[in-house]
Write a protein that binds this ligand. Structure first.
Ligand code: BMA
Length: 340
């Protein structure tokens, strides 16, 4: 049986539109980080108008969150990209600064990777609109790599794009380059549609632990699940291992019914001192769930093999020829003449 490594919290969904101080239809896909002894959540809020914007909620215990009364002091849109809808914030602390990398959508101009930073979650400063149109699921690594900011993202602007994850570097957060592909959707697995970062990569002794989402098409729409991969510490474009099994999937009503059914979608992973990882996730683009598991189990999932996966010869999962049967042992006549 497939091992379940993340437990869904018994109080799920831990946050819904009913908790919002104003009028909202859906609350989902939060970025979460620890700040000044609190859990600080920045969640997608779908308004009664149409667009999605971000709003903060706070918690002492990481389970019971209360929304701020006042709206987020989000910076004015950049005139080059008049964003009218912002969503899926991934919050990375680098030094004393917190970078929020999010999907910046402008009706008619497309979706781009936006970066805003703050030191106190009171005042926010725009860093850049950091991609061309047709890119989202951006996330910054939590430290500079090779002397530069480093990010993952998912370009999808060109119909020929593989819908896979890419890596880019920047000296300042504004100018991005040295872009290269990291991983693509995989034929025959849970992530055969589109993939994208699901959390700020976690530095481990084995490499960067990367929790990501993947989609599968069905007759009734797309299923969003989460899985894990291990990227090389020095060169995160190199994939060292990648889970065959998804580690989180929609199974309960609050994940299977809503604005977009059959979705678990995450922007964060908080590693606690005892090694437990808390993943806050959007469920059905409607509410927020919490799933918890030990970091060692998530690391192990990157390397695990599914015993039920069909591995036809010629498929990427083919594990090699079965060992040949041991040769039949033929008893040799003794060199010594049998004594008479
Ligand atoms: C993705 C993003 C997410 C959303 C998901 C499922 O493309 O837009 O914000 O949760 O689709 O609808």
């Amino acid at each position: 049986m497939t091992k379940r490594i993340l437990a869904k919290h018994p109080e799920n969904p831990i946050l819904t539109a009913a908790d919002f101080p104003g009028a909202a239809m859906y609350i989902f896909n939060p970025g979460v980080i620890k700040f000044n002894g609190e859990y600080l959540m920045m969640a997608d809020v779908a308004t009664l108008a149409q667009p999605i914007f971000l709003h903060m909620a706070r918690s002492k215990d990481g389970v019971h969150f209360k929304f701020d009364e006042k709206p987020l002091a989000w910076p004015e849109p950049d005139p080059i990209h008049p964003e009218d809808c912002i969503y899926d914030p991934r919050i990375t602390k680098i030094g004393e600064e917190y970078f929020i990398v999010y999907a910046s959508s402008s009706e008619g101009r497309g979706v781009r990777v936006g970066i805003v930073k703050t030191r106190d979650f009171e005042k926010f400063e725009r860093v850049s609109i950091a991609s061309e149109s047709g890119n989202r699921n951006g996330v910054l690594f939590p430290r500079k790599i090779n002397g530069m900011y480093c990010r993952l993202d998912r370009p999808f602007g060109n119909p020929r794009d593989s819908a896979g994850m890419w890596l880019s570097y920047s000296p300042d957060g504004v100018f991005w380059g040295l872009s290269e592909p990291v991983m693509d959707p995989r034929v025959g697995l849970w992530d055969n549609g589109k993939i994208g970062a699901g959390a700020v990569p976690i530095e481990t002794e084995h490499g960067w632990l990367c929790i990501y989402h993947g989609t599968t098409q069905t007759g009734a729409g797309v299923i969003y699940r989460l899985g894990a991969a291990m990227l090389d510490l020095k060169n995160p474009a190199k994939v060292l291992a990648r889970s065959e099994d998804s580690i989180l999937w929609p199974e309960f009503d609050y994940e299977m019914f809503g604005r977009v059914p059959n979705v678990v979608f995450s922007c964060n992973a908080i590693v606690e001192d005892d090694g437990m990882v808390r993943i806050y996730y959007g469920a059905a683009d409607t509410c927020v769930g919490l799933a918890e598991g030990h970091i060692e189990d998530i690391i192990e999932s990157c390397y695990s093999k599914n015993p039920y996966l069909l591995r036809p010869k010629g498929s990427p999962y083919y594990l090699g020829d079965a060992p040949k049967a041991a040769p039949v042992r033929v008893e040799q006549p003794s060199a010594e003449p049998a004594s008479v």
